[in-house]
Ligand binder design. Structure first.
Ligand code: ZN
Length: 379
């Protein structure tokens, strides 16, 4: 093996296995499965080699990953400083993902999407509390001993309770970038819309539901290989303490609006998915959904309603999914928001694709539809 090329992923969120790194023109890699699971798609690693040299990296097992269509029209993200991430030439032949890049520095990082580190998560939790209306409640510990952090933005007199959770699927890092943008606006005392909604509702925000999976470099599961978004019908401390603690707190506080933030591997659009398959779905929830969507469309051209998941048929909802379970339990509007790993094809950016920055801005802009829903619920 040529020692001049080194590839490492032994850091927060890292994931890659080196098969062959003898030549810059044929670096062969595999993505590791999530621990105790068959899911894999998330990768994040550093290459140390020679600048101004053309590199070809192949992910050999891409064709058997969790979401194979996710590689079509997909471009990997690259960074030198782990702050600025840009897209690099990537192609998929149905079997292998090939990434081509001629680095300007000896060492560079490649990832499935812009990472959101545990350190950044801790900073977000700490900085949010510089607002005097925001407090931290640690709901409990994960299997790896990490805190399940809930930010509470409360004023005693409020009756409505808005919940937002993100990163049940840890590889969907855009979800925490989104929450960062959302909180920045919500806690900005000079923002008039924030002032308005904070007079109407308390907010309960969990920026990272799955800190173990995030740190371990998983796509979809926690430390025991469990998909948290299939745990909501009967949450258990044995398999998903993250969901168990969260739902227990929801029972204490109450939920009037629930938003679950995700990323979708396949579809190059932002979209929402609701609880229309629930037996308890009703006209009131349908109305609230309409108000939310209309307001979101006005607030940002990054949102659209043409492309999305097929609607569940009445009575056919999967009740293990958070959105359906919470809508049913609290008789409230619940939405899953999906952002793309690829790009928003209505407003494509060749250089950056969908990005951390755009996720933050979408989080900022979601305050408008939340405000519209609160006005409606107060009536
Ligand atoms: Zn997801």
């Amino acid at each position: 093996m040529n020692k001049s090329i080194q590839i490492s992923a032994d850091f927060d969120g890292g994931n890659i296995k080196v098969i062959n790194s003898s030549s810059p023109n044929n670096i062969e890699l595999e993505i590791n499965k999530d621990h105790k699971s068959d899911f894999f798609q998330w990768f994040y690693f550093r290459v140390t080699s020679k600048k101004n040299t053309s590199h070809t990296l192949k992910i050999l097992n891409a064709g058997s990953s969790a979401y194979v269509p996710g590689w079509e029209e997909y471009q990997a993200v690259c960074s030198y400083d782990r702050k600025n991430w840009f897209r690099v030439e990537t192609s998929f032949n149905g079997k292998e993902l090939e990434i081509n890049h001629t680095p300007k520095q000896d060492s560079f990082y490649l990832s499935y999407f812009t990472p959101f580190s545990h350190e950044r998560h801790l900073d977000l939790i700490a900085q949010s509390q510089s607002s005097e209306i925001c407090s931290l409640k640690s709901l409990g510990k994960s299997f790896d001993g990490k805190d399940i952090d809930l930010l509470r933005i409360e004023k005693d007199t409020n009756k409505l309770n808005v919940w937002m959770i993100a990163r049940q699927h840890p590889g969907e890092t855009m979800a925490e970038w989104f929450v960062e943008g959302f909180l920045k606006r919500l806690l900005d005392s000079t923002d008039s819309l924030s002032t308005k909604v904070l007079a109407q509702a308390n907010f309960y925000v969990i920026p990272n539901m799955n800190p173990d999976g995030a740190f371990r470099g998983h796509l979809r599961t926690n430390a025991k290989g469990i998909n948290l978004n299939r745990e909501w019908e009967n949450p258990s401390l044995e398999t998903g303490p993250e969901v168990f603690y969260t739902r227990a707190e929801m029972d204490k506080v109450g939920v009037d609006l629930f938003l679950d933030i995700h990323g979708d591997e396949n579809l190059p659009y932002n979209f929402v998915a609701g609880s229309e398959g629930n037996i308890s779905y009703n006209e009131q929830i349908a109305n609230t959904e309409r108000i939310f969507k209309e307001s979101f469309l006005k607030a940002t051209s990054e949102f659209q309603t043409e492309f999305g998941y097929e609607l569940d048929k009445p009575g056919e909802a999967n009740m293990t999914v958070a959105t359906n379970a919470i809508a049913h339990r609290f008789n409230c509007m619940s939405y899953t928001l999906e952002m793309p790993f690829k790009d928003n094809n209505n407003l494509p950016s060749k250089e950056f694709g969908w990005s951390a920055q755009r996720s933050q801005l979408l989080g900022r802009d979601m305050l408008s539809p939340i405000s519209a829903v609160l006005d409606h619920l107060e009536k």
